[in-house]
Design a binder for this molecule. Structure first.
Ligand SMILES: C[S@@+](CC[C@H](N)C(=O)[O-])C[C@H]1O[C@@H](n2cnc3c(N)ncnc32)[C@H](O)[C@@H]1O
Length: 310
């Protein structure tokens, strides 16, 4: 393993540090060595990424090199960049992330965007008809709060209940609600799936764990060794937790209410069949991710006379 800054004094330049960081990460088998080294140096030096990538002769601020060295060693050992920097962009918002809480994934933005679009489309009618009525949305298994906080941020007058089994996840989700100034419209409840939710809600959103036991053995080390198993393992085949949520949903949704589920590769058709076999629910559309995988199921509680979300 090399030594960043060796021979160049403690200060060093952006270019020297970056080059050495890329070399160490490359030797450690990190695929996106330049991207990761750039992000880590940007964080360590408190400089924007474009400065890191374009101003190679710039002297590093005091202390940056030591922070960068530490970060590079963590990354070389397999730790995801987001746990080292403590943040991740999601829906154009910066979320705080801590080891022990799942790093939000880009494909989850499909679910968040769809939820926001459904809620926004229906909101004007609610305001004219409904004397300030508000939607209540549940984000089941909120993790960092990525989905729930984004929905609260982009849809005014929505209330969000965020649930999770994990204390740390709820703590981080709450911090993100504070960061994005939506805390007063959010509630955080610990418990299994929809158990903590008593009255019917307008929309249920869930990116639950959906990896099966066998597949867990084949995950890349960044995920397998560093991300929480409780955020990944969805049961023996992977879909068990999602199916349990589908069982609970009809009794927790208003008529016409929505259930949006993120699912894993190859799971959509099995879960669609499960929904078809569930009284009162109907799959209204499937959304693909950028690689063409059916990623999000949009489901409605059927029946006329929808009270809020018709
Ligand atoms: C795949 S992560 C998703 C986190 C976040 N929603 C996101 O999209 O980034 C799943 C989350 O569900 C939580 N979880 C796992 N089993 C649960 C259960 N039975 N009830 C509630 N939450 C659960 C985990 O702790 C984890 O935070």
């Amino acid at each position: 393993m090399g030594e960043i800054g060796k021979g160049g004094g403690e200060a060093g330049t952006v270019g020297e540090a970056l080059k050495e960081g890329v070399r160490i990460l490359g030797e450690a088998g990190v695929k996106e060595a330049l991207r990761d080294a750039g992000l880590l140096l940007s964080e360590a030096a408190s400089l924007p990424l474009y400065v890191i990538l374009t101003e190679r002769n710039l002297a590093l601020p005091a202390g940056a090199l030591a922070r960068f060295r530490n970060a590079i060693l963590r990354r070389a050992a397999g730790e995801p960049v987001q746990y080292i920097t403590g943040k991740k962009e999601f829906m154009s918002l910066t979320f705080k992330i801590r080891p022990g809480v799942l790093v939000p994934r880009p494909e989850t933005e499909i679910l968040a965007e769809e939820a926001i679009s459904i809620l926004r489309e229906r909101q004007p009618r609610v305001f004219t008809d409904g004397a300030g009525a508000e939607f209540t949305v549940v984000d089941v298994g909120t993790g960092s709060g990525a989905i729930g906080v984004s929905v609260a941020y982009y849809v005014p007058n929505v209330k969000v209940i965020a649930t999770d089994l994990d204390h740390l996840a709820l703590e981080v989700a709450r911090e993100n609600a504070v960061l994005h100034r939506v805390l007063e419209r959010m509630t955080f409840l610990r418990g299994d799936l929809l158990d903590p939710v008593s009255s019917p809600v307008d929309m249920i959103l869930a990116n639950l764990p959906y990896i099966g036991e066998e597949e867990m053995n084949h995950l890349v080390r960044e995920v397998r060794d560093f991300e929480p198993k409780t955020a990944l393992l969805g049961g023996r085949t992977g879909v068990e937790l999602i199916e349990r949520l589908i069982d609970q949903a009809p009794s927790r949704l208003v008529q016409g209410g929505w259930l949006l589920l993120e699912v894993g590769r190859g799971q959509a058709s099995r879960i669609c069949s499960y929904v078809r076999g569930t009284n009162g629910l109907e799959v209204v559309r499937l959304l693909k991710d950028l690689t063409g995988i059916d990623r999000v199921l949009v489901i409605r509680k059927t029946g006329r006379g929808a009270d809020v979300v018709e």
